[in-house]
Design a binder for this molecule. Structure first.
Ligand SMILES: *Cc1c(COP(=O)(O)O)cnc(C)c1O
Length: 219
């Protein structure tokens, strides 16, 4: 199957309110251009340097999403152009994004990553840490970031019930906070679901899916 066909097939199954992020990490620019030529404009990368290289080479009407874990010392490289940072999970990282956004005279949209999986290794905040962050003075003072939603990754398992439980948990945290409208926080986006579990994620309330291998093939 071609990349264009894969994209068409996936898009035809997505409800209108769900946004597709084409996860292009490790793939060459020529593959991304096939998706671009088929109409895709939102790409997700998990390494900042790789995203910068692709941004430099590709058309400027692309929205670049950083979906990986971000090291604070690399934020400056993506601050001039990144559209959405999915994996924000600390106040320290948010402070750095705010600082670099200010230097670039921008407001950078971010999602806070919530830890929903069983694995210890997956990053993210629990609900209590989320509340602490959102009510902290330093967060309330940040003018160059916007928290526009939440992101999470389910456990890597075949057990559909467990994945469903984890997505439902994230959706309930999202619902608990979505009426919290302040200057720099307004939750509209719920980023959950990858190639293997996006249909379940949508059934559980996802509004943004991050799909890589089903579009571009295995890595
Ligand atoms: C790689 C990755 C994806 C896409 O995974 P696929 O299984 O290839 O669809 C989605 N989200 C994150 C955070 C990723 O790192």
């Amino acid at each position: 199957m071609s990349i264009a066909t894969n994209l068409q097939t996936i898009k035809s199954t997505l409800p209108d309110h769900v946004t597709l992020v084409a996860v292009s990490k490790t793939k060459p620019v020529s593959d991304l251009m096939q998706a671009y030529d088929a109409g895709q404009r939102i790409f997700g990368e998990n390494k900042i340097q790789e995203m910068v290289d692709k941004w430099e080479q590709m058309p400027k009407d692309i929205e670049w999403h950083m979906i990986g874990h971000v090291q604070t010392n690399k934020v400056k490289y993506m601050a001039p152009f990144v559209n959405l940072v999915h994996g924000v999970d600390s106040l320290k990282l948010l402070e750095e994004i705010n600082k670099q956004a200010l230097k670039n005279d921008r407001v950078i949209n971010c999602l806070l990553q919530i830890h929903i999986a069983e694995e210890e290794t997956k990053f993210g905040l629990d609900e209590e840490e989320l509340n602490t962050l959102l009510s902290s003075d330093s967060f309330l003072k940040m003018k160059n970031i916007r928290i526009v939603g939440l992101m999470g990754m389910a456990t890597f398992t075949d057990n559909q019930n467990q994945i469903k439980k984890e997505f439902t948990h994230l959706k309930s945290i999202f619902d608990n906070h979505k009426n919290l409208n302040s200057e720099n926080c307004n939750l509209k986006i719920l980023s959950m679901g990858m190639s293997g579990d996006y249909q379940l994620a949508i059934a559980c309330g996802s509004t943004m899916v991050r799909i890589g291998s089903s579009i571009f093939g295995g890595r």
